[in-house]
Design a protein around this ligand. Structure first.
Ligand code: LMR
Length: 413
């Protein structure tokens, strides 16, 4: 920590004492890619879905809901401290309801939820609530994890530690190491942050049998799951992508959920998120609701409404919902197809492990076994943008550039 300089002149001004801060790796990469004038650059950086023409379009269901909203909305007055009730309830039915798309009242009554400013706002609200309930709890995150998890959660004043997860040689999950590490190091009352699906940055998810074991393990060790569900629907399918979340909710007495609508509704800049705290009973849930309201109030007061209202309208209307499911399926299948194509192009001498991983991993991301120098060489020599850790966003590729991408990866390897 830099020593604070002592100011002697008057009048007193303060901002020259700020220390300049570098943007985080993902934001820096976005800026670097934007500045590259090469028309053939390939942007595999920030986690934003792009269609075959490279556009991040507004979904048709969103456009339609927006039109209806424009025609019928009569006020921009505040909605409420925990946001739009229809949004919260339809989201809970969606992510916890499985095939049926519906949860029962007994579970609903055990949940305290609040709309949040995006998945990040939800993660932060969740962290604040953990800090209020259990200030000495440590939050455990996977190695690696999303670049912003540690800054976001530790900003609430919580201690954080890492558990092993992604093996950069096998490109799979070191599941036994994960469990044995947590068993040895985590204490009852600690919190384990899990990626519900489409692990960011690795793309390597737990399979259903591993989720079953993990849920039993967490319950036995008295550890609380904190599930970040930022890519629901973009991995294998809606029921598949919520399997792990539903399992821990079923088995553990308490679960914290941070869900985002940035990617699956393509509502990035509207900042639509949900924090949900599944409590052991209704009485505890009522207390948690009051805490969520008070915490939201002291951070941002009222949550933004526009995007959440669109999600509520889409999920609450059969035609709009069907349209959204179709578009979500299109995005998911396109990414699976790109994975297949890239995998085929990489499946040459020396590339077999990467090829298999790219094909089988889920969602937007895979982390390739590249060194920092190799990732940087791809940027400087080929205008191919991925993080220094080798994370690629597959949605940034397309049918035309995949052969060039695969050749470049194989060349730097
Ligand atoms: C990502 O991981 O690239 C996305 O979640 C976007 C972000 O804010 O980092």
């Amino acid at each position: 920590m830099e020593a604070r300089k002592v100011k002697t002149e008057h009048p007193f001004t303060m901002f020259e004492y700020l220390v300049p801060r570098a943007p985080d790796a993902i934001i820096a990469l976005m800026q670097q890619c934007k500045a590259d004038t090469n028309p053939d650059k390939i942007d595999l950086g920030v986690g934003v879905y792009k269609d075959a023409s490279g556009e991040t379009s507004i979904l048709r269901a969103v456009k339609k809901a927006e039109k209806q909203l424009w025609e019928t909305e009569t006020t921009k007055s505040y909605v409420g401290i925990r946001g739009n009730d229809d949004f919260r309830h339809s989201m809970l039915h969606l992510i916890l309801g499985g095939e049926a798309g519906k949860i029962d009242d007994a579970l609903m009554n055990r949940i305290a939820s609040s709309q949040a400013a995006g998945g990040s706002g939800a993660l932060r609200l969740g962290a604040e609530i953990i800090k209020s309930a259990a200030p000495d709890a440590t939050v455990w995150v996977s190695t690696p994890t999303w670049a912003n998890h540690i800054p976001l959660i530790s900003a609430a004043g919580l201690k954080m530690e890492k558990y092993p997860y992604y093996n950069r040689e096998t490109l799979g999950v070191d599941f036994d190491d994960m469990l044995s590490h947590l068993e040895r190091k985590a204490k009852p009352g600690d919190v384990v942050l899990l990626h519900g699906c489409c692990h960011n940055p690795s793309g390597a998810d737990l399979d259903p049998a591993q989720w079953d074991r993990l849920a039993d393990f967490l319950a036995a060790q008295e550890l609380t799951p904190y599930v970040d569900l930022a890519y629901f629907g973009l991995g294998r399918g809606m029921a598949e992508d919520s399997y792990g979340l539903r399992k821990v909710v079923e088995v553990c007495p308490e679960t914290i959920i941070a869900a985002s609508c940035s990617k699956n509704f393509a509502l990035y800049k509207e900042r639509v998120g949900l924090i949900a705290i599944v409590c052991k009973d209704d009485t505890t849930a009522a207390i948690a609701r009051s805490q969520l309201g008070a915490t939201q109030r002291k951070i941002i007061s009222m949550p933004p409404d526009h995007g959440a209202k669109l999600v509520a309208d889409i999920l609450g209307d059969a035609e709009l919902r069907a349209m959204w499911v179709e578009e979500l399926t299109e995005m998911r299948e396109r990414m699976r197809d790109l994975r297949r194509q890239l995998s085929e192009a990489l499946d040459v001498q020396g590339g077999a492990v990467i090829a298999a991983a790219v094909k089988n991993q889920n969602g937007m991301f895979s982390t390739l076994p590249l060194s920092v120098d190799q990732a940087r060489k791809l940027r400087s020599d080929y205008s191919i943008y991925m993080t220094d850790s080798g994370r690629i966003n597959i949605a940034g590729a397309n049918n035309e550039n995949i052969p060039r991408l695969a050749d470049a990866i194989l060349a730097v390897l």
